[in-house]
Design a protein around this ligand. Structure first.
Ligand code: SF4
Length: 360
């Protein structure tokens, strides 16, 4: 893929700078974004890096981290006759036993939408049916859900909120001391909303170099170079590579929408347990729109991880897809066993679709 990308010459020049800046010791950076993993894998960027520099993937796939219990709840509603609307990837993700796609084949009305607005329009057209929008995603998609909660145009549409926040997940990674991360590459799209401010805890409290990065190969390589410069100089700073989209304050209007509609609460992430203050929940004044409350959903026991699947270890960068014995054996994009293989932002799926079979 190297010959195809934009700014190839510049990128190769940055790769050279990275090599020159590299210390003798091993260095490990972590990104928390499925799109960064896609860029790195698609353009073969790891092959441009020194052998002692590793870039691992954290829990940056918004679909992979939805706990089975929430998928089970959506399935239960679908099988009871509620129309479930959600983004495409989600319908393939396994719950404890079934996926939403399987629920559809059993008669459930499960519909893929491109945006929450589509769900609103569908619900308005079919007022005799009850609709639920299964709202997944990080800070990037939460504002559009918030807008529709405030508008509340379709009286037969309720929301199963499954939005999660990125900075608390990054903090979780730092609690796993054995990962020995030397720096974070933070996601550009989430940061366009939240700005730089929420990341200042990483250099200030954890002395962890952190760089916000865009999604072109040159962005990713340059952010690696910026991190490496900090490592070489013994610094821990918050820097912004994605200045064309991210500001210190972020999108204040979107942040206001989020805080008007949601409370920040502790919540489960698939395979990672409960992360404090990492999940959004509808405020009390909107609880009439909350599918959990309206349908009195009881979250019972659920199975987050298929036997033998290592998604929970891959999502925190402890393992690589090729370390999983099921990778491209029992588990393929056609026969996924875990969410990391299902989603287009899941690390296993990205590696499988790009033919990565070995990792140096
Ligand atoms: S290859 Fe499949 S089974 Fe293994 S960790 Fe990835 S999703 Fe799970």
């Amino acid at each position: 893929m190297l010959e195809k990308f934009r700014d190839r010459e510049l990128s190769l020049a940055v790769a050279e700078k990275i090599k020159r800046c590299m210390p003798e010791r091993k260095v490990k950076f972590c990104h928390v974004c499925g799109t960064h993993e896609w860029t790195i894998t698609h353009y073969g960027l790891r092959s441009l890096l020194p052998k002692n520099l590793e870039v691992i993937a954290g829990p940056g796939c918004p679909v992979c981290i939805v706990p089975s219990s929430e998928i089970d709840a959506a399935i239960e509603l679908a099988l009871e006759g509620v129309v479930i609307t959600t983004f495409g990837d989600v319908i393939n993700v396994p719950g404890s036993e079934l996926s939403l796609r399987q629920a559809r084949s059993m008669g459930g009305d499960v519909r893929e939408v491109y945006s929450v607005r589509d769900a609103v329009e569908m619900a308005k057209k079919e007022p005799d049916k009850e609709f639920v929008f299964f709202a997944i995603g990080f800070e990037t998609t939460a504002p559009s859900t918030a807008i529709e909660v405030l508008r509340s145009e379709a009286k037969n549409l309720r929301f199963l909120i499954s939005h999660r926040l990125i900075p608390p997940a990054m903090e979780l990674l730092l609690g796993l001391g054995e990962l020995e991360i030397d720096g974070f590459i933070a996601p550009g799209h989430v940061s366009s909303i939240i700005g730089l401010k929420p990341y200042k805890i990483f250099p200030e409290a954890y002395r962890m170099p952190t760089v916000i990065a865009g999604f072109e190969p040159l962005d990713v390589l340059f952010s690696i170079y910026m991190l490496l410069r900090q490592v070489r100089n013994g610094e821990a700073k918050l820097e912004n590579e994605y200045t064309r989209s991210v500001t210190w304050d972020g999108n204040v209007k979107a942040q206001k929408l989020i805080s008007r509609v949601f409370d920040v609460v502790s919540g489960r992430w698939r395979g990672l347990g409960v992360i404090p203050k990492s999940t959004l929940s509808l405020k009390k004044e909107y609880e009439h729109l909350d599918a959990r409350k309206f349908y009195k959903i009881k979250i019972g026991k659920s199975r987050d991880i298929y036997p033998g699947c290592c998604c929970h270890l891959i999502m925190v960068g402890k393992l690589k897809p090729t370390d999983c014995p099921l990778f491209m054996e029992d588990c393929t994009p056609q026969t996924p066993k875990g969410p990391c293989m299902v989603s287009i932002e899941g690390t296993c799926g990205i590696w499988a679709r790009h033919g990565v079979r070995l990792y140096r």
